[in-house]
Design a protein around this ligand. Structure first.
Ligand SMILES: Cc1cc2nc3c(=O)[nH]c(=O)nc-3n(C[C@H](O)[C@H](O)[C@H](O)COP(=O)(O)OP(=O)(O)OC[C@H]3O[C@@H](n4cnc5c(N)ncnc54)[C@H](O)[C@@H]3O)c2cc1C
Length: 447
């Protein structure tokens, strides 16, 4: 509708304001079709000043890849694309949920990491990769790369429990696993704070799940919390595996000697169905087990980004993990695309230290490629402390590298050393070492 300037002057202030707003909305609607921001536009980032290495995923692995690629190849233009605006740690988060440390200790700053290590932190979600033209597509625009490293971590695979997306969504919202840190961790903390007693159900999945000892560590710490707070509650730990999967001596004795009244551990228990309304789980032997509150940890799979990019394959352990050469981490049939961290298909421990040490190595491989050199394989290193109580802080630990067995065509632990005595001085020393280890790792990734 066209209006003359004269008649427009007759409008009341309110009517004019309404017209003005309508105009703005119409303009905005028009702009969505020719937007200069978002998917399909050019990412707002300066042109590469050297070979561009794009690292996707600012977790324990990606942060190490970004920092050390820049260190080993200073001429590289390194960009870390991460969808989160700040970092929350998985390691130590079990202590956070029971109030044994604060959020600040496990939260870290991507901008600081980028500033101090001379790379770019680009806050966006990667939605695809044009492999032919070597372009990464993000929620904030497209970016060309020379080398691409994918380190998106895990996603959950609920398919053994439900095929119904609505039910899966309810499980994620009402009873999160707490193995992708952030909101899930916070929900777990508030669940414990609100818990008035009864059965708190936890599960341990089969397959090579993220952080083998962490569900047992969490059971101990929750039991410790119930004990300390005088809560008449019990952790019911339903384990799909035939026994405790790691540090079995240490956790086994802690369950019996410290938490006999508070932890009911049931190995070889596979859940077939979860009735969220009745609050019962049904096992493969048709046993019905009731719960008052819960955290359901399903199987894990490689981060969905791998599937979007077309570099995923089922591994002997989990669905859709990285289809890579296990020694160079380069994707099979996809030159210059690498994967690092918990997405790997090798049976290494899916843990922070392992992923971080792998990140150091993958950085060497990429820098070597830039300089036209081959890199000698280095084993990742698994160093993992688990708290069994927090007042006093007592922990157990494992430390191991890996060796490839030509006959079985698989990797196995090498030079593994465990420290599974949680009582007395040994346990307390491990407790101190746990926090020192975490501080060292945060320094490595963020300073
Ligand atoms: C409760 C708990 C306790 C743990 N305890 C220990 C421990 O004691 N010791 C230990 O060593 N390990 C421990 N871990 C395991 C450790 O946290 C993981 O193994 C480690 O984080 C894996 O590193 P990653 O880089 O592969 O994945 P992550 O650290 O998960 O990082 C992946 C990153 O990729 C980002 N991303 C994914 N998709 C996209 C996309 N499309 N675009 C942009 N960004 C994307 C994610 O936002 C995320 O930041 C624990 C984990 C948990 C949850």
């Amino acid at each position: 509708m066209a209006i003359s300037r004269r008649s427009a002057l007759k409008f009341s202030g309110v009517a004019a304001a309404a017209m003005a707003m309508a105009g703005t909305t119409a303009q905005a609607a028009d702009q969505t079709s020719t937007s200069n921001v978002g998917i399909g536009t050019k990412a707002p980032i300066s042109d590469a000043k050297g070979p561009r290495v794009v690292v996707v995923g600012g977790g324990w692995s990606g942060l190490a890849v970004a920092k050390y690629t820049k260190k080993y190849a200073p001429n590289a233009d390194v960009v870390l694309i991460e969808q989160r605006k700040s970092f929350t740690s998985g390691p130590i988060s079990n202590l956070y949920i029971v109030g044994a440390t604060d959020l600040e200790f496990i939260s870290h700053d991507y901008l600081k990491a980028a500033r101090e290590n001379n790379y770019t932190y680009f806050n966006a979600t990667v939605v695809g990769v044009d492999k032919k033209n070597k372009v990464v597509k993000t929620s904030d625009g497209d970016m060309a790369y020379d080398y691409l490293v994918l380190a998106p971590g895990i996603d959950y695979d609920y398919s053994a429990w439900t095929k119904d997306p609505a039910e899966e969504q309810r499980l994620k919202t009402e009873y999160p696993a707490g193995f992708i840190p952030g909101s899930e961790t916070m929900t777990l903390k508030s669940k414990l704070e609100d818990f008035e007693g009864g059965v708190f159900l936890q599960t341990v999945p089969g397959g090579n799940y993220r952080c083998l000892p962490a569900p047992y560590e969490r059971a101990c710490l929750i039991a410790d919390y119930f004990k300390r707070e005088g809560i008449d509650g019990k952790v019911l730990l339903l384990d799909e595996n035939s026994g405790i999967t790691i540090k079995a001596e240490g956790f086994g004795s802690a369950f019996k000697e410290m938490y006999g009244k508070y932890i009911d551990y049931r190995p070889s228990t596979t859940i077939e169905k979860i009735d969220l309304d009745k609050k019962v789980v049904i096992t493969e032997f048709d046993e019905e087990i009731a719960f008052d509150d819960a955290s359901f940890y399903p199987h894990v799979r490689g981060g969905k980004l791998l599937e979007i990019v077309g570099v995923a394959k089922d591994s002997p352990f989990n669905k859709m993990e990285a289809n890579i050469d296990p020694f160079t981490y380069e994707c099979i049939g996809e030159k210059d695309i690498f994967c690092s961290g918990d997405v790997r298909p090798m049976g290494f421990s899916k843990s922070g230290n392992t992923s971080n040490s792998e990140g150091h190595y993958v950085a060497k491989v990429v820098a070597g490629r830039i300089h036209g050199k081959k890199t000698k394989w280095e084993s990742p290193l698994t160093v993992c402390y688990s708290a069994v109580s927090f007042d006093p802080l007592q922990a157990i630990s494992v430390n191991a590298g890996y060796l490839y067995n030509e006959k079985t065509k698989s990797f196995a632990f090498a030079n593994a050393a465990t420290s599974e005595i949680w009582a007395g001085k040994a346990g307390k020393n491990n407790g101190k070492a746990l926090f020192e280890w975490a501080k060292g790792m945060y320094r490595d990734m963020f300073s």
